[in-house]
Write a protein that binds this ligand. Structure first.
Ligand code: SF4
Ligand code: SF4
Length: 624
């Protein structure tokens, strides 16, 4: 009685804790920016209209000259809220010059689950660094990690991140959307105008540039009517170094806001010839130095801002629709697999009537789950999906960030429906790649004569609580100790075994192998005692109302055949099924129909001296 009650408490707690978690705000205070840029720029005051800092340079040869506005620096988290695979924003420190060119893009913080270690973070950092030299007007596409990046004056093909398409796309949208917003507000460059025309033009250009590129479409940036369309595009070639000012400016206090500095210390840096931009620059200098008599630097209308936001949303939608189209074959195979599984589970008795044939079919399906869903299509559901979804919903976002991962969306929809019908077993028993890996290893172990140990019922019941403890700790730490939570999710070995094919730092590999070895000793030991995702699914298993496993009066008293054969120890001595621990392996359904293993059928067979028909409806009433 206590266990179902605790599971309900847990499911409520899961929602409440999700409500408490918050996303991160900006990370770089002004003094840190001062330190970071002290050799290149003087950092001005944060702008009132948008949380960006102006960057000035000063001619070292004439210390009394006024500083010249050269760029803006901002944290993307402060400007836009594009969610990554974790459901949380990826924070990047971006510097753009007055022509809308990226001088740098440095990853500050992220929560992308499979890139949390230093190696993974370095991959995302490398990806973000590729924006240096591009402009807000560039259309960007993300190639494979193995492809050579290329760029021209309008388009850039960036080197993707292995196993990180969704994270790379999130970084792309984060940088380009944030920069577009800053460009609109501070530089009078509106990237929303002529959006569709430019897209069509770029797509046609892109085909010429790189016909092998995987067409993952990123935001297309176009210039506004306000900007000078005759101004040459300042995109740098890949190998081109973006010049940085060579003069250190230490003191702005003595400068004169009404004059312009020569700017010779910027080397080859692009000169701002556009009169609007010059005006913006000049006004901003004055404002930042405390001269409020001058007008605000930009008169960008609210309407234009609205257009920009709309484009961002449209772009996100376009992006995931594009991705779903690209992966149509994967999606079709997955849907086909789910359809076959659904048919099998609906017709469970027929499906499992012949136990030898059923074992072969089940093993084949587990191979499909591991090989296709897991290793190939990367459709491993994880506890991170749950925490990220809750976090997004409770911080005012939605679940649209998940749409970039069609496998995950389809699987979660299927799991949601089957949870109500059959319980967590449909996923854990059939569709979890790591679960399938454990089971296949157990089968191999059995084939060479290694049998899993069956724990005493009391010990098994106690150990099953461990996973709930892990789940509660993990969820609580999301709120109480987020840094710990980032590491704690590594208790799931999915990332190591499925996402990275065991190619990670040795402690992670060791842990994944240990979990698999546990399954050799105790059947699906990780699933039954450790897995927080399994615990989360089991904790909402009370929603499942249908007792779909056929039972007889003799189940439990006197027959214990199913119970002793249930490898998951999910059948009570009374014969009652614990659906939250049932993995829907259908072994007991098979036994139920087997007059060699089901005691009432054996007795009946012996009594009548003939084979009992398989269909339960044909059985004598006493056996039903
Ligand atoms: S308990 Fe965890 S590892 Fe096992 S099948 Fe379920 S989700 Fe997968
Ligand atoms: S044998 Fe156990 S795990 Fe398998 S379907 Fe029956 S109760 Fe569920």
């Amino acid at each position: 009685m206590i266990l179902p009650f605790m599971r309900k408490i847990l499911s409520v707690g899961l929602i409440l804790l999700g409500c408490l978690t918050q996303t991160h705000a900006g990370m770089m205070p002004k003094d840190e920016l001062d330190k970071l840029f002290e050799d290149q720029y003087l950092v001005g005051e944060i702008q009132a209209d948008l949380p960006v800092y102006p960057l000035f340079v000063k001619d070292a040869a004439s210390p009394d000259s006024k500083p010249e506005l050269k760029a803006y620096v901002f944290e993307t988290n402060e400007v836009v809220s594009v969610r990554g695979y974790s459901g949380k924003p990826i924070n990047i420190l971006v510097v753009i010059d007055l022509s809308g060119r990226f001088l740098s893009a440095r990853l500050l913080d992220h929560k992308e689950p499979i890139f949390l270690d230093s190696y993974g973070t370095s991959k995302l950092t490398e990806f973000a660094a590729q924006y240096k030299g591009l402009t807000v007007r560039h259309s960007t596409e993300i190639n494979k990690a193995s492809d050579t990046p290329s760029r021209n004056e309008q388009s850039a093909y960036l080197r993707g991140v292995h196993r990180g398409t969704i994270s790379a796309k999130a970084i792309n949208r984060t940088i380009m959307s944030a920069a577009a917003k800053v460009a609109l507000a501070k530089l009078k460059i509106n990237v929303a105008d002529h959006f569709d025309e430019k897209r069509a033009e770029n797509e046609s250009n892109n085909q010429n540039l790189n016909s092998d590129a995987k067409p993952v479409v990123a935001p297309v940036q176009t210039e506004t009517k306000l900007a000078d369309s005759s101004k040459p595009n300042t995109a740098a070639a890949p190998e081109e170094k973006i010049p940085v000012p060579d003069v250190t400016v230490k003191n702005l206090l003595a400068s004169d806001a009404s004059e312009k500095t020569s700017g010779k210390n910027t080397g080859k840096e692009t000169e701002v010839k556009n009169s609007d931009q010059s005006e913006v620059a000049e006004n901003t200098v004055a404002k930042d130095l405390g001269n409020d008599s001058l007008p605000a630097p930009q008169n960008i209308s609210e309407k234009n801002e609205a257009i920009n936001y709309l484009s961002e949303d449209q772009e996100a939608r376009r992006e995931w629709i594009n991705l779903w189209q690209l992966r149509w074959l994967d999606i079709a195979i997955l849907l086909g697999g789910l359809f076959i599984l659904s048919l099998g589970l609906i017709a469970q008795k027929r499906f499992s009537a012949n136990s030898a044939r059923f074992r072969i079919v089940r093993s084949a399906y587990l191979l499909f789950t591991l090989g296709f869903i897991g290793w190939y299509a990367q459709g491993q559901l994880t506890i991170v999906n749950i925490t990220a979804g809750l976090e997004s919903l409770t911080s005012g976002g939605d679940l649209s960030f998940l749409m970039n991962d069609p496998m995950t969306v389809i699987l979660w929809v299927f799991v949601g429906v089957t949870l109500l019908v059959w319980g967590r077993g449909s996923f854990c028993g059939w569709l979890c790649p790591f679960g399938a890996l454990q089971e296949l290893i157990s089968l191999l172990a059995n084939a060479i004569g290694i049998r899993q140990k069956r724990l005493r019922s009391a010990l098994d019941a106690k150990l099953k609580w461990v996973k709930y403890g892990i789940l509660v700790t993990l969820l609580a730490s999301l709120y109480l100790a987020p840094r710990f939570a980032e590491q704690a999710v590594e208790i799931e070995p999915f990332k190591t075994a499925i996402s990275f094919y065991f190619q990670r730092d040795w402690p992670y590999v060791l842990w994944a192998v240990a979990c698999l070895m546990l399954g050799v000793v105790v059947y699906r030991g990780y699933c039954r005692y450790i897995c927080p995702l399994g615990a989360a699914l089991a904790s909402v298993n009370f929603l499942q109302r249908w007792s779909w496993i056929p039972r007889r009066e003799a189940c439990g008293t006197p027959c214990q055949s199913c119970r002793h054969r249930c490898e998951y120890q999910a059948i009570a001595p009374t014969g009652k099924i614990d659906y939250s621990e049932c993995f829907q392996c259908l072994d007991c359904v098979s036994i139920y129909q087997d007059d060699q293993r089901c005691l009432p059928l054996i007795q009946h067979r012996k009594a009548v001296g003939r084979v009992i028909p398989v269909a339960s409806t044909l059985l004598p009433a006493t056996l039903n």
